[in-house]
Design a protein around this ligand. Structure first.
Ligand code: SAM
Length: 241
């Protein structure tokens, strides 16, 4: 996906008009601290992080994404690019004071998600802060209900192409996995995030909605459709053990 990244991947930084994520990063930023961008992709957050922290680790599983990021910012000398698989069984990584992980834990594989959540711990020093953004399952269901009720984007005409697809959709939704552009993508409940992060040794400090416009859900949202708007979850938490 790397070469077509800008067209195909949702840009959280651009779409968070409230600026809540930037504010959360700035709250914990310091020229004395290190930060890791977990799942940095082509590095949209790197200029901000580079200007606010002593040093930045930009980590991603994709070598192509890392190469694109590195070529974009030759002047940012406090950034180190590392290839790391956060879902690997054994991860060795330099812990930082702050970590951001923005729409990176999306895999439909439960095993990979379990490992990814465990790896978050390894990326941080004790009392380190994590800013995590993930798709909201509540928001996805809310958008589905609206699409169905008012036949938005021809929702009522949609047909599941095969019984195999119907089976996988039903199996996936039981664990909060639902398609974005036909790609099975993990979505999270607020309470689920609280539980998962607490079990991994984090103290949850705040959980906030990052609201977007309806254009992020529908091609033709009706003019009358206003708030509540769709959202991702942002969790700010501290590593306590
Ligand atoms: C949707 S992009 C998010 C990009 C970026 N955080 C942003 O906000 O623009 C997800 C990124 O997570 C990376 N990723 C997915 N699984 C990963 C893993 N197991 N370890 C490291 N990176 C991973 C992907 O390669 C991709 O670049």
């Amino acid at each position: 996906m790397a070469p077509k990244y800008n067209d195909e991947i949702f840009d959280v930084l651009q779409n968070d008009r409230s600026g809540k994520i930037v504010k959360a990063i700035e709250q914990y930023a310091s020229r004395r601290k290190s930060v890791i961008d977990i799942g940095c992709a082509i590095g949209k957050w790197i200029p901000l992080l580079s200007s606010q922290f002593r040093n930045v680790i930009a980590a991603d599983i994709s070598a192509i994404n890392l190469k694109i990021a590195k070529e974009k910012y030759p002047d940012l000398t406090n950034v180190e690019y590392i290839r790391a698989d956060m879902s690997a069984d054994n991860l060795s990584i330099e812990p930082c004071d702050v970590a951001i992980c923005i729409n990176a834990i999306l895999t439909d594989s439960l095993k990979k998600r379990i490992n990814f959540f465990q790896s978050l711990q390894l990326c941080l020093n004790k009392k380190g802060k994590l800013i995590l953004v993930v798709p909201s399952l509540e928001s996805k269901l809310y958008a589905n209900i609206i699409a169905n009720r008012w036949n938005i984007d021809g929702d009522n005409k949609e047909r599941i192409p095969s019984s195999a697809k119907a089976f996988s959709l039903a199996k996936n939704i039981k664990q909060g996995v639902t398609d974005i552009d036909n790609v099975p993508t993990k979505h999270y409940l607020r309470e689920e995030l609280e539980l998962l992060l607490t079990l991994e040794g984090f103290k949850v400090k705040e959980i906030e909605k990052i609201n977007y416009t309806w254009k992020t859900e529908f091609t033709n949202p009706p003019k009358w459709l206003k708030g509540p708007f769709p959202w991702d979850w942002m969790v700010v938490c501290e590593k306590v053990r």
